[in-house]
Design a protein around this ligand. Structure first.
Ligand code: SF4
Length: 107
């Protein structure tokens, strides 16, 4: 291995190790975020609810059944968590069983 390749390898290894150390902290910070309030003006404008079963599927722009935050393309965080970050509501957690009018299928 050349000196340059070895140096690059060591830099990448250090970056990967730092990522492993930082990741648990990021998860803890995400779970510390407040839950999105249904009465929040932005949430209300997107018809967000903590309980997708309370929404009549026929009232949706895309009236497919089984639309919940957990199977939306915009959900973030770990599968199985009850409350997760969402790309549409930065700094807040949405309920995995929630729904809003922006719901999009995972690719
Ligand atoms: Fe839930 Fe998707 Fe709406 Fe975010 S964009 S609140 S994950 S349905």
């Amino acid at each position: 291995m050349s000196k340059i390749a070895r140096r690059q390898f060591l830099k990448l290894s250090a970056a990967a190790a730092a990522g492993c150390v930082i990741r648990p902290g990021a998860e803890a910070m995400a779970q510390d975020m407040p839950h999105l309030d249904e009465s929040d003006p932005v949430a209300a404008s997107m018809k967000y609810t903590d309980d997708a079963s309370s929404v009549d599927p026929a009232s949706r722009a895309n009236p497919a059944e089984n639309q919940i935050c957990a199977n939306c393309a915009l959900i973030q965080g770990a599968d199985g968590d009850a409350w997760r970050p969402c790309q549409i509501f930065p700094g807040k957690l949405v309920n995995a069983n929630g729904w809003c009018a922006v719901w999009a299928p995972k690719p």
